[in-house]
Design a protein around this ligand. Structure first.
Ligand code: NAD
Length: 364
């Protein structure tokens, strides 16, 4: 249920203040606050400002850490291997993408293996960053220490929600930004359903006996109904998207972004939390001997967008269109936010002595 519309710019200042009070550098605080607000503006509320109280807790217990540098393990031609030291994920991934873009500018391709990044949030942000600089990119991500997803053919949790993103620059800025979790639904959506919000589609989850279900109990078990439902408490799992095909992509993320980067792939037993990210960044100009890339992208996406909508579909969209439209609406009309989410953020601000006035945050 949506209770409020929140002024995103004012909320961003509050979140930045919270992160600064939690000992982040000014650059980390502004990067992470900007990322969280942008995720919420884009409609990915599960990876947006709702995360602020969780980051405050994680900064306190060492799950993520302020002021950790991005360390270069290997730098060879177009290749980079980087270690984030369990630091502020969005800041680390943004810096890693800057370095990857520089490699692609020099070599036509940059390949960046980033390990031990704290939560890096919305992976599409890094595809957008590359597109803004004129580069195409592919990103595989794993979530070590977050076993939530059962691959095709089992009810056992073997993977994280492992997102993949692809960015293709489009002349004029309406870039192709494919950004998806490889689970059928994000964990945040199960949480919303489990706390009385929009129900999950049937079969989004699997119970311990292998039956498909929409009941969040499979994920949260008896912690459902407590103030902080814990997805480690259930005996079931989120299901991987796309049957055997999507499930294979979830596993590819564990192997490319987990095993190959050195972040570590999920497995039995407890593991420390950390995102691994394998990014391939390409300079279209290097391959564009016919000078036709931009025209092909524009023509092809117009071909797709101009297709007649199927029954029940209002408009055919390309990946990234929905997020762009939502940003325009939410910047103008505010971020939809249930009261408990706002109350939680304000409580953290109060605890840290960060000025935050509910009356100026709530619009209208
Ligand atoms: P989603 O299902 O909302 O969207 C997936 C993709 O489909 C997007 O590219 C979107 O533009 C496109 N899309 C949506 N509606 C469309 C339509 N009608 N027509 C054409 N294309 C359409 O995304 P999701 O799978 O719920 O992912 C949520 C977010 O969570 C992503 O930003 C992802 O990066 C993030 N995530 C992060 C982590 C992490 O550990 N950091 C883990 C999992 C997910």
């Amino acid at each position: 249920m949506t209770d409020h519309r929140i002024d995103s710019a004012r909320l961003q200042a509050v979140i930045e203040g919270i992160l600064l009070a939690d000992d982040c550098t000014p650059d980390e605080a502004s990067t992470v606050a900007d990322h969280l607000v942008m995720a919420s503006l884009s409609g990915h509320d599960s990876h947006g400002v709702i995360r602020t109280p969780r980051y405050h807790i994680w900064l306190g217990d060492g799950t993520i850490n302020a002021k950790r540098p991005l360390t270069t393990i290997m730098d060879s031609g177009p290749l980079l291997q980087l270690d984030g030291g369990d630091g502020m994920g969005q800041w680390l991934a943004r810096e890693a993408t800057v370095m990857g873009i520089a490699k692609a500018r020099e070599h036509g391709i940059g390949l960046v293996a980033l390990r031990r990044a704290g939560h890096i949030g919305r992976i599409g942000a890094y595809a957008e960053q590359a597109c803004k600089a004129g580069f195409a990119s592919i990103h595989f991500c794993n979530v070590n220490g977050s076993l939530l997803v059962a691959p095709f053919g089992t009810a056992r949790r073997c993977a994280g929600t492992n997102p993949i993103a692809v960015g293709i620059p489009y002349p004029g800025g309406e870039d192709f930004i494919l950004d998806l979790a490889t689970s059928l639904v994000a964990e945040g959506k199960a949480l919303v359903a489990g706390t009385g919000g929009k129900p999950l589609p049937e079969g989004a989850l699997i119970d311990a006996d292998g039956h498909h279900t929409a009941d969040p109990f499979a994920l949260y078990g008896n912690s459902l109904g407590t103030p902080n439902p814990d997805p480690r408490e259930g005996t079931g799992a989120l299901r991987a998207m796309g049957d055997h095909k999507g499930s294979g992509l979830a596993l590819a993320c564990e192997l490319l972004a987990g095993a190959l980067t050195g972040n570590g792939a999920n497995g039995p037993g407890e593991k420390p939390f950390g995102n691994g990210l394998l990014s391939i960044i390409l300079d279209p100009a290097t391959f564009d001997d016919t000078n036709g890339f931009a025209r092909e992208v524009a023509d092809y996406l117009a071909f797709v967008r101009d297709s007649p909508p199927a029954a029940g579909v209002e408009q055919v969209l390309a990946p990234g269109d929905k997020e762009r439209a939502l940003r325009i609406d939410r910047r103008t009309n505010g971020l939809p936010m249930p009261e408990p989410v706002l109350a939680n953020i304000l409580a953290v601000a109060k605890e840290l002595g960060v000025p935050a006035d509910r009356n100026t945050l709530v619009m209208g």
